[in-house]
Design a protein around this ligand. Structure first.
Ligand code: IVH
Length: 683
């Protein structure tokens, strides 16, 4: 390779890696897999080693992450936030140990105590505490300065707002914000239901959730935190990294419980193997193991080279990828008619798990990657959870394949499938006549958060529906008359049949909020179910108001749209649902079979808050914002967003900002959350 060729490739690598850094760090939407990214970086390092005089000033090896985006304030890191060198094999790891020993002038077999920690696949953050109080928090950004995500971080339950016990006057603590696999799946399911964009993996979901301009959105996202490193500290905290981790725990942080002190590299190798074996069973994604020299004195002597410390390395796990053939693209029909394409694959083993299906997200995704039936595709288990198609091997595309054409009709009921402008999801318009939607709705109806009927799981619902035992939800409460028949079914018996009937009978009384949620109306999740229940108080009133709201321009219609937390889109969905006579019939049938409990509201007329204008500010500890608003409205008050002369009352939660100040300036009455709780207590 000539100097000229090397320089050209280095320039190309710098540009390419910068593009991928931006996609990953700023847009939370990576374009390539981590393994591909690592390969590019390795190639860059190889070339720089071979042609040191050609190393660029903007070389990826001296740059970390990418510059913070403009949306957040910037925070300079007192101590730079660096990256880690990678090892990919036992040889790489042995070389790391040899380098450390050489640098320190130790014998080739001198013991080298390390701490091993799982390498969490999340995003790193730096937390500053002054006199034990959480002051601010920032993302890594470009390593020198990050984005100010203080308010977002405050919403994390696992972030100590004050440090327990003695702590240096100033200390920076580093750690990883992440989302568990289960929380990621639940979030994506909710996103899909709401027609919002899906996250590619838990890491992107965590990054996307933390980097929200509105911290209340972050508050609703299940983010976790492991603390693992030190930035600046006004006084020494410990002599070893292991003792530092103990201090972190004592201050109230969560340290990964799998972390271990390893007296020697032999144990380190064994630790790597052990963590690799449990990797798939962990509730969160890890992509390797981090080894850090335990002795902080030695760490200081070793120092840094470029963007990486010499005293640590990240030994990565191999990417869990495999190649297989896409046999078919099937369409799954969801409860609200959302059509989701699913890849049917030639079964293949990916990282020890047999994969036969993979998600294709939506038709835009299929088009973007031009995935075709018959293609050879590269599969990856995204964080060990859902298999994804990473790319298509175009060289192996057989003759005569055609681009994927979205279905125009629902595969389950033949109704028209439409994709509203601006939405990524195509939907079946069959509604109640679509058997696939019916089954999904029945599954939802019986689910834990809805009617919670023990024994009516997905499999039972599918079978009972297929055999004509249940056509709609009301039939569930008529199953009693079929007890003998159920007992005779394969896999059942008298005891199971009796248990099922008992479980159903126990659910004949249901709170209004659960009842509304169980109906499976689009965009009516648990929170909106509660909001509606609190607002309307009882079933008869809710039903009557919803019916009236189906009339355009009615008072009930405008009242519905102005319930805070409901809004126009949700109001539309409710109205659409009630316009359909068959939906009303289902509701009435259920009402005749069930006892629907009233929700707790406070009579608006004689409440002290009737007609008053309220503003909430800061973080409430005892109830959510929507709940507080619903309560206020149930008492006849109106809740607005900004404080003005017309405001009657401002309720301040923790860390209230400018609104509380403005209220004081205007002489508006300000009360604490405790006073608010007393005032709004349900009688
Ligand atoms: S220590 C100077 N420990 O990996 C050393 N990093 O590739 C600072 N990471 O930016 C990092 N788990 O986002 C450290 N137990 C762990 C980690 C960890 C995950 C991430 C972190 C860092 C990246 C480096």
């Amino acid at each position: 390779m000539t100097d000229q060729e090397a320089a050209a490739e280095l320039a190309q690598l710098a540009a390419e890696l910068a593009r991928h850094d931006r996609a990953y760090h700023e847009l939370d939407a990576p374009l390539i897999t981590d393994a591909e990214y690592d390969a590019l970086r390795r190639r860059n390092a190889e070339l720089e080693a071979q042609f040191p005089h050609l190393a660029r000033s903007d070389s990826p090896s001296v740059r970390v992450g990418s510059a913070p985006s403009g949306a957040f304030g910037k925070i300079p890191h007192r101590v730079p936030m660096l990256s880690l060198a990678n090892a990919f094999s036992p040889e790489d790891f042995a070389e790391f140990c040899a380098r450390v020993r050489r640098f320190l002038g130790l014998a080739a077999d001198a013991p080298l105590a390390m701490v091993g920690e799982p390498k969490i696949d999340g995003l790193s953050i730096s937390l500053t505490y002054e006199n034990g109080m959480f002051l601010r928090g920032a993302t890594r950004g470009d390593g020198a300065e990050g984005e100010d995500v203080t308010e977002n971080l405050r919403t994390l339950a696992s972030l100590p707002k004050t440090l327990r016990g003695e702590a240096p006057a100033l200390i920076e603590i580093r750690g990883e914000v992440f989302m568990t696999k289960a929380d990621f799946l639940a979030l994506n399911a909710a996103q899909a239901e709401a027609g919002q964009r899906l996250f590619a993996n838990p890491r992107n979901a965590a990054a996307g959730s933390l980097r929200q301009l509105d911290a209340t959105i972050t508050a609703g996202r299940p983010l976790s935190l492991f603390a693992y490193a030190m930035g600046e500290a006004s006084e020494p905290v410990s002599a070893t990294h292991w003792d530092y981790l103990q201090r972190l725990t004592a201050w109230g942080f969560t340290v990964n419980p799998l972390s271990e002190r390893l007296p020697d590299p032999t144990q380190a190798e064994e630790f790597y193997t052990r963590i690799g074996q449990v990797r798939a069973t962990l509730p969160y994604d890890i992509d390797g193991v981090v080894f850090k020299l335990d002795d902080l004195g030695l760490q200081r002597r070793l120092g840094f080279v470029g963007r990486e410390p010499r005293w640590a390395t990240a030994w990565k796990f191999p990417a869990e990828q495999a190649t297989t053939i896409l046999r078919d693209i099937k369409i799954q029909v969801g409860r609200t008619g959302a059509l989701t394409p699913v890849a049917v694959l030639e079964p293949v083993n990916v990282g020890g798990v047999l994969v036969t299906r993979a998600t294709l997200h939506n038709e835009d995704e299929i088009a973007r990657r031009d995935v075709r039936i018959g293609d050879t595709v590269v599969l990856q288990r995204a964080g060990d959870v859902i298999p994804q198609i990473v790319s298509v091997v175009l060289e192996q595309r057989p003759e005569g394949t055609a681009p994927y054409a979205p279905l125009t009709h629902c595969p389950a009921c033949g109704s028209l499938a439409v994709r509203p402008p601006g939405e990524v999801v195509r939907r079946c318009t069959g509604g109640l006549i679509c058997p696939a939607q019916t089954v999904e709705r029945l599954i939802h109806f019986c689910a834990r958060r809805a009617f919670d009927i023990e024994g009516m799981g997905e499999k039972t619902v599918v079978e009972f529906h297929a055999d004509g035992l249940i056509a709609g939800p009301a039939d569930i409460f008529r199953l009693k008359t079929h007890e003998a028949e159920i007992a005779k079914r394969e896999g059942w018996g008298e005891l199971s049949a009796r248990n099922l009937i008992r479980a159903i009978e126990q659910r004949r009384t249901v709170p209004l909020a659960r009842f509304i949620f169980a109906l499976g109306i689009r965009r009516i999740g648990e929170t909106n179910g509660k909001l509606l229940a609190r607002h309307y108080g009882n079933f008869e009133n809710w039903r009557a108001q919803m019916l009236e709201a189906t009339t355009v321009g009615s008072e009930a219609r405008s009242a519905l749209g102005s319930i805070i937390g409901i809004g126009e889109t949700i109001a539309e969905e409710l109205v659409d649902f009630f316009i359909e006579p068959r939906n009303r019939a289902v509701i009435d049938e259920l009402a005749s079979l069930l006892t629907i409990e009233d929700a707790q509201t406070v009579a608006a007329a004689d409440s002290a808050l009737a007609g008053k204008i309220l503003v909430f500010t800061g973080t409430l500890q005892t109830m959510t914002r929507p709940e507080a608003k619903a309560r206020a409205e149930a008492m006849g008050a109106r809740v607005t967003d900004s404080v003005s002369k017309k405001t009657d009352l401002v309720i301040v939660g923790a860390e209230a900002g400018s609104k509380a100040k403005r209220a004081a300036e205007l002489g508006v009455r300000v009360i604490s959350e405790a006073e608010w709780s007393d005032l709004s207590r349900v009688q």
